[in-house]
Unconditional design. Structure first.
Length: 179
């Protein structure tokens, strides 16, 4: 059990996401980001499976075949594309299964979350391409709405190719365009 190390990791992550969300004007989301990580079901599992270099949910999943902490977390945090996996009714009134389109403010929070997670888990090895590279490696096996996928991929690509300031400017523009 590593409760103190886990507490410090999730708190550092939340602090980074809060700073990033504030840069985008997403104050409420920055303040409430990942609060469920402090709930008993998520916190104590995170402390038990803590590794320091990746999500404890991965270790719990490898050992138990499922992460109960993740199932709890994704159902309470709209910045995860997994929250939006459901059937959706399209404009043609047909039912589509898979990922539903995420509102832009949650895609923007996901952008902030991915940068912060990469910074926390990669430490000194972090580069502006880390979150994009991780997304591209994951993309073939995730269930995400195509428009949401395109949005987050573009945001992360701007980060990779033009740096943090340009990426945040791009995300701010996308938020303004969708309001």
């Amino acid at each position: 059990m590593h409760p103190w190390a886990h507490f410090k990791t999730i708190t550092r992550h939340r602090r980074l996401v809060r700073r990033y969300c504030f840069r985008l004007g997403l104050y409420a989301q920055g303040l409430t980001h990942d609060l469920s990580k402090y709930s008993p079901v998520e916190f104590w599992r995170g402390a038990k499976y803590y590794q320091g270099f990746r999500s404890p949910n991965d270790a719990e999943r490898r050992i138990n075949g499922v992460s109960l902490a993740w199932l709890h977390h994704k159902g309470r945090n709209r910045h995860h594309y997994e929250y939006w996996i459901d059937y959706c009714i399209g404009p043609d009134d047909k039912i589509y299964t898979g990922g539903c389109k995420m509102p832009m403010r949650y895609v923007a929070e996901m952008f902030c979350d991915r940068i912060a997670a990469c910074r926390i888990y990669l430490g000194e090895k972090y580069t502006d391409s880390a979150a994009y590279d991780y997304f591209i490696r994951s993309k073939p096996h995730i269930i995400i709405h195509p428009e949401t996928s395109d949005e987050i991929e573009k945001m992360l690509l701007v980060l990779k190719e033009e740096g943090e300031d340009a990426a945040f400017a791009y995300v701010r523009r996308r938020l303004e365009e969708t309001r």
